[in-house]
Design a protein around this ligand. Structure first.
Ligand SMILES: [Ca+2]
Length: 451
């Protein structure tokens, strides 16, 4: 079958990324042994007890935030808190509530119009995966010997692993994707969960997978459901993946880098930021720009607020840019209430449910941005023009049919006067009208409609 366009819902999506161990503990009865108190800072090996029951419980909170799609980091049976060491591709980890909790979450999310995308880890599994365990036990006599790349007669990891493993981690043996049964096995998991009703896959470490296999995943997904989304974790340029039609979109880390330079660090001025973004825009087919997942942070990078030295106004600017720019904006759990955190595992702290600790102004900004994105077709589908780019301020125009929205941003600590294109503009949040020049307070943004 031939699929030529990414699913249309993606350009209308507002994603929320959840690291399931850290969002909400809905059932202390399923906590792994040794679970730490909720507010304890995470370590590489600690468990906080978050689960899918907790996510379901907080769907009203997410809906009120304006979220209509979830991206969950891995949920299948595994040994670690991050679960990138999968031991079973067909069953949800019992410490997250198991298959039943997932089915209930999926139903409840769909009933609220919230889609669910899962994390597919197809480059490697965990050392506890029964197939690797079989190779460990039976050596070359194991039917799974060729499923891995093992040198010698038994897998060993002391002093060094003698098998291919992810980034040198002995606990993460890599699949031998040249062995056809391995691809069949993984593709059957891809199809299984789409049939169970998930709305897409985020493919982990896609740049390390054989391109033919990624294309096979894409085809399998689309055969099961042409409206399902295939998102790649791509840290470099995603151009070739789009050319070969292997992904619908990428996690837009390149865009994030520019936002870190321009808004968090302040090391780039607006002209440099605009030049970079224009070049990036031109590198991808238009539909891939509209169907990529745009982010300020994830479980793999320091939180944006921490990179901003804790300044919530800069987080608001970064978020506003994502919501005003093409692509599906994603909120990394907790960013909306001001959660901080440095490099992994610190960027994976437990969500602070004590509202006393929230940055309420920031949360209100996220909600307003999501509402405008939902209401204004130009913000979702409009074309993009850079209208004013000077110093550390810019105006971006988004137009769809007769609707035109101007997004003005000042990333400077001082006020900035920006020039608008001819005509009258009306502020979408405050309601006031503007014409000609407008003075933006320090570290502020405005969204205005022409007319
Ligand atoms: Ca729990």
């Amino acid at each position: 079958m031939e699929v030529t366009a990414p699913p249309s819902w993606v350009r209308n999506a507002v994603f929320y990324q959840i690291f399931p161990d850290r969002f909400r503990n809905g059932d202390p009865g399923n906590d792994p042994p040794g679970t730490t108190p909720w507010d304890a800072l995470p370590t590489p090996t600690s468990f906080s007890g978050g689960d899918l029951v907790g996510i379901r419980e907080k769907l009203p909170y997410l809906q009120e935030l304006g979220v209509n799609a979830l991206y969950l980091t891995p949920i299948f049976r595994a040994s670690t808190n991050h679960r990138y060491d999968g031991e079973d591709y067909f069953h949800v980890d019992p410490t997250l509530g198991g298959d039943g909790a997932f089915r209930e979450l999926l139903q409840a999310a769909h009933a609220r119009g919230i889609r669910v995308v899962l994390d597919g880890v197809f480059n490697h599994c965990g050392r506890g995966h029964p197939f690797f365990q079989d190779a460990l036990e039976r050596g070359r006599r194991s039917p799974y010997w060729d499923w891995f790349r093992i040198h010698g007669d038994r897998p060993r990891w002391d002093p060094e692993p003698n098998y291919a493993c992810w980034a040198g981690h002995a606990s993460l043996p890599e699949w031998n994707l040249d062995h056809p049964p391995v691809q069949e096995y993984l593709l059957s998991a891809v199809r299984h969960w789409i049939r169970e009703g998930i709305d897409g896959w985020r493919l982990d470490t896609v740049e390390y997978l054989p391109p033919d296999f990624v294309r096979a995943v894409y085809r399998a997904v689309k055969e099961e459901n042409p409206e399902a989304y295939v998102l790649g974790e791509v840290l470099g340029l995603g151009t070739s993946w789009f050319r070969h039609r292997a992904l619908d979109g990428v996690m837009h880390y390149k865009l994030r880098e520019a936002l870190v330079r321009f808004i968090a660090e302040g090391s780039w001025d607006a002209p440099r930021f605009a030049r970079y973004l224009r070049a990036l825009w031109a590198s991808y087919p238009p539909e891939a720009n509209y169907s990529s997942y745009t982010l300020l942070g994830s479980h793999d990078v320091p939180r944006f607020r921490t990179l901003c030295g804790g300044d919530g106004r800069r987080v608001a600017l970064g978020a506003a840019f994502l919501f005003a720019y093409p692509g599906a904006p994603a909120v990394y759990y907790g960013d909306e209430v001001g959660l901080e955190g440095g490099e992994d595992p610190d960027c994976r702290r437990a969500f602070p449910w004590d509202e006393e600790r929230w940055d309420r102004e920031l949360l209100a900004t996220f909600r307003a941005l999501a509402r405008l994105r939902r209401e204004e077709v130009a913000l979702r589908e409009g074309d993009v023009r850079w209208s004013y780019v000077e110093g550390r301020a810019l105006i971006l125009l988004r137009r769809s049919g007769d609707e035109e929205i101007a997004f003005a941003l000042n990333a400077e600590e001082d006020e900035a006067a920006v020039s608008f294109p001819a005509g009258t503009w009306k502020d979408l949040i405050e309601g006031e009208r503007a014409q000609g020049r407008l003075v933006l307070p320090p570290l502020s943004f405005r969204l205005l409609r022409r007319g």
